[in-house]
Design a protein. Structure first.
Length: 321
């Protein structure tokens, strides 16, 4: 006699421990994968933070360097503010007196006043550039001595070194201006020649012209970034000639330095625009003369920007070695 086969149908109560075990294993696996992904993200973020140099890190290093050489740094900043204010006042009076003198000479002689003014302007510019180079050298050397924790440092020795390098830094600025002007001409001359000779024959579409202008602007801005460390190479690495400082600057500036300089340029632009708007609001609302406030704020921004570039140069130089 054949007995009917009894089918065992799994009940929910019988499968509940297995489902709970599978759910627990799946939860552990998801948690393990999530933790591993979080660790990888943290490791990548730390690597990015080590490779890149941010404005906050530069500000922290700048404060530490200034605290290590506090007397010289404060003397350099105070001297810069006083000399800039005095030179601006003296230069204003000198220009006015020079204009009157040149006008009297042009009336007494047959020479044109414009030619005499053109002949006298380079002397004023050279004087102002040398003073600016000496002041920036003073602050840069004081900050670098504090960052390197130099033992033997005095205000006199730092001032002597800054004055001795003033002409070298001024020449590096001149070469930088020539290089950037040549790159600008390299962009503008082909466009002007095309407009002059081929504008009637073939007209490029507007998107093509916009693309060409954008590529030219990017190329010019890339040149500014590549050669931004030339004055600091000329100041801190005297073994290089000025023409070799350009190659050294390209060697020091990489992707990490480019990110720092772009963010610093944007921050400085926002700071100057905000300072200008603040001065305009104070002048229009309260009727207060804000020329001195704008000059002090602008000099403060220049001091911070110069200190940040010194810290960037030191960071990149240590990284290259």
């Amino acid at each position: 006699m054949a007995f009917p086969q009894i089918l065992t149908v799994p009940t929910p109560l019988r499968d509940k421990p297995q489902l709970t075990k599978k759910l627990r294993n799946t939860t552990k696996q998801i948690r393990r994968i999530g933790l591993s992904r979080i660790k990888m993200a943290k490791r990548y973020a730390s690597q990015v933070a080590k490779r890149h140099y941010f404005l906050t890190a530069a500000y922290r290093d700048l404060r530490r360097a200034a605290s290590q050489n506090e007397d010289v740094v404060l003397s350099a900043v105070a001297l810069s503010f006083m000399l800039v204010y005095a030179c601006s006042a003296v230069a204003t009076g000198f220009v006015l007196d020079l204009s009157r003198t040149l006008y009297a000479l042009s009336e007494a002689s047959s020479y044109d006043m414009g030619l005499l003014l053109v002949a006298a302007t380079p002397m004023i510019l050279v004087f102002c550039v040398l003073i600016a180079a000496a002041l920036l050298n003073f602050m840069s050397l004081a900050i670098m001595d504090g960052a390197n924790r130099k033992v033997y440092r005095t205000i006199r020795s730092t001032a002597v070194r800054s004055l001795s390098a003033a002409s070298r830094i001024a020449c590096s600025w001149l070469l930088l201006g020539i290089v950037h002007f040549a790159r600008l001409l390299a962009v503008l001359i082909p466009i002007s020649l095309y407009i002059k000779f081929f504008s009637d024959i073939a007209v490029l579409p507007v998107p093509v012209l916009i693309a060409i202008g954008t590529l030219g602007a990017i190329w010019l801005f890339a040149g500014v970034l590549q050669y931004s460390l030339v004055p600091y190479v000329a100041l801190f690495e005297r073994q290089y000639f000025l023409n070799e400082a350009f190659g050294r600057s390209r060697q020091l500036v990489n992707k990490q330095a480019v990110v720092f300089m772009i963010t610093g340029f944007c921050a400085l632009t926002v700071y100057i625009f905000g300072l200008y708007r603040l001065c305009v609001l104070l002048k229009s609302g309260l009727g207060v003369a804000t020329n001195l406030l704008f000059m002090v704020g602008l000099l403060s921004g220049i001091v911070l920007a110069n200190g940040g570039m010194v810290m960037l140069y030191r960071k990149r130089k240590l990284a290259r070695h």
